[in-house]
Write a protein that binds this ligand. Structure first.
Ligand code: SAM
Length: 365
């Protein structure tokens, strides 16, 4: 198995490493999960930077795992590579005997290995059997989807997952064609899509088949369902101080990521209660302001980074956080009092006896 190192540039690599470093630099041995190992570009850099970190790499694609194994051979004594869908992370960790983790990266979507492979059917620009399964050992292929889904289901897949404005027209063209002959090749499908999109619309937004191919890939691999389960499960496994970084490449992935993080960074207590109830305080803090976008240089060097959105968060200890804020407030007041003799601030410090107010917490975000 040859290495494919040169063909894949890890997206936002330095930013990912910078965000993960505080979580992986702690203690004797830390555990990092690469939930989408691919060709192991990010994983290799993590192992190089953190000599005491154990890496657990997951991928549902056996071919990607084989390449990653070669690339990471020199780190074999602290690497576990697992053929798994990322929503199986809790079972994988149980099996390997790691109850918790310090870092996790999701670099979603397909790898260059999959996109560029002439025989996997992901690319509209190359003729290949319509497969599109990331895991070729199981599941339905794109050929089965395009030749068997009823019209409304096909149109919904194209509209929702591909954000295809002409979803109904494309679905109708597919149904007409499959009555004539089974659609088996990516080139035939790309041609059908091109023909069914009005000429004026073909002139903008890249190749007309791009959205249909994205939609079919998401459907075939049940990508969003896996992500929706995987994100909360992964957040649950992080230790305090542990960090998650997610790189999304389309709005549906980014929306799921945003929602999963929002659920952990906000209070679960009643809005009108001035203090946090036990168990209601936020358990994570965001490390990114909204979704971070790539810089121009990154996109110029790596066109696949063009659509990336990065979000990251760190697990916090709600009680320590509350205590820390109260301590900082107390020392701020002490300093103020020292500069204004005789004007000691009589107000109670939030968190002292009565807990930090929710109003205060919201102002801090
Ligand atoms: C964009 S690539 C990752 C590239 C990698 N970060 C690198 O530096 O080489 C995404 C990888 O995630 C895998 N993948 C996508 N969805 C997955 C899922 N639900 N479970 C496990 N692996 C998945 C794909 O097979 C692909 O190899």
């Amino acid at each position: 198995m040859g290495e494919l190192r040169g063909t894949h540039v890890p997206v936002l690599l330095e930013r990912c490493l910078e965000l993960l470093a505080p979580a992986l630099d702690r203690g004797d041995r830390t555990v990092h999960v690469d939930a989408t190992l691919g060709l192991a570009g990010h994983a290799e850099a993590v192992l190089e930077r953190h000599p005491r970190t154990v890496l657990i790499g997951l991928d549902r694609d056996t071919e990607a795992l084989a390449h990653a194994r070669v690339r990471l051979a020199r780190f074999a004594d602290r690497v576990h590579l697992e053929h798994a869908v990322y929503d199986e992370l809790p079972e994988v960790l149980d099996r390997l005997g790691y109850p918790a983790i310090d870092g996790i990266l999701f670099d979603l979507g397909v790898s260059s290995l999959q996109l560029d492979a002439p025989d996997r059917g992901f690319a509209y620009a190359q003729d290949a059997p319509l497969d599109m399964r990331m895991d070729q050992t199981r599941g339905v292929t794109a050929e089965e989807v395009v030749n068997s889904y009823p019209h409304p289901d096909l149109a919904r897949v194209l509209r929702v997952y591909g954000e295809e404005k002409f979803a109904v027209r494309v679905a109708s063209a597919i149904l007409r064609e499959r009555e004539r002959a089974r659609i088996t090749s990516s080139a035939r499908l790309a041609e059908l899509v091109r023909e069914s999109i009005p000429a004026a619309a073909r002139r903008t937004g890249g190749h007309p088949a791009k959205r249909t191919f994205q939609a079919l890939r998401i459907e075939v691999n049940k990508e969003l369902a896996a992500l929706e389960t995987a994100l909360p499960a992964a957040l649950d496994k992080l230790t305090v101080g542990g960090r998650m970084v997610v790189l999304s490449y389309h709005s549906l992935e980014d929306r799921l990521t945003k929602a999963a993080l929002a659920d952990r960074v906000r209070s679960k207590g009643p809005v009108d209660l001035p203090v946090e109830l036990p168990g209601s305080a936020p358990t994570f803090r965001l490390l990114s302001r909204g979704a971070e976008l790539p810089g121009e240089e990154e996109v110029a060097a790596n066109p696949r980074a063009a659509s990336v959105r990065l979000r990251a968060a760190e697990r916090i200890d709600p009680e320590a956080e509350q205590q820390g804020r109260a301590d900082r407030e107390r020392s701020r007041r002490r300093v103020r009092a020292m500069h204004q003799p005789g004007s000691a601030d009589p107000r109670p410090v939030p968190g002292e006896g009565q807990g930090r107010t929710k109003r205060g917490r919201e102002d801090e975000r």
